[in-house]
Design a protein around this ligand. Sequence first.
Ligand SMILES: Cc1cc2nc3c(=O)[nH]c(=O)nc-3n(C[C@H](O)[C@H](O)[C@H](O)COP(=O)(O)O)c2cc1C
Length: 180
Amino acid sequence: MANILIAYFSRKGQNYVNGQIKNLAKGNTERVAEFIQQAVGGDLFEIETVREYPEDYTRCTEAAKEELRAKARPELKNFLDSVDGYDTVFLGYPNWWGTMPMAVYTFLENYDMSGKTLIPFCTHEGSGMGISGRELKRICPKADVVRGLAIHGAGAAESAAEVSVWARGKVEEAGRKERK
Ligand SMILES: Cc1cc2nc3c(=O)[nH]c(=O)nc-3n(C[C@H](O)[C@H](O)[C@H](O)COP(=O)(O)O)c2cc1C
């Protein structure tokens, strides 16, 4: 089986869930990332920023909006030494203002994803993947960026079955392409 990396960004704390502010002990995207690992194996890597985002939901949306406006590249706590050993990269993030959190841009720009199958997944509160698929193709022009999976954040904890079927299918597809 191909070597699989599951890299994700996810934020615990206050979040907007079906119209109400709730406190999440575990981020929605992290849950989905774990379901993928349970289904297809692989290494999990959490993309974490040095500066934490505000726990308060509204303040966090403001901070994220400002980073997007400024095209910021927030500093990350850790990087993988290399992604050379991976053929297949699942990349997960919440939809923030219609795209990926800027920390995911920092992560991607640090590596050469040429020749890898890049499989995005995102959690959201209504806007699906937003423009993130297009952004990924722009940032990683030599990767094979496939169609991603958008999971409604409020249903992330109950998405194991859907996520498993999808992830297994994507790994099989990637394997077939490699064998050609
Ligand atoms: C800063 C911020 C911006 C967001 N922007 C959007 C958005 O534009 N569209 C949307 O559908 N959901 C948006 N959301 C909701 C998140 O995408 C959703 O709650 C997601 O499941 C959070 O994932 P996490 O728990 O892994 O961080 C936003 C949430 C935050 C905190």
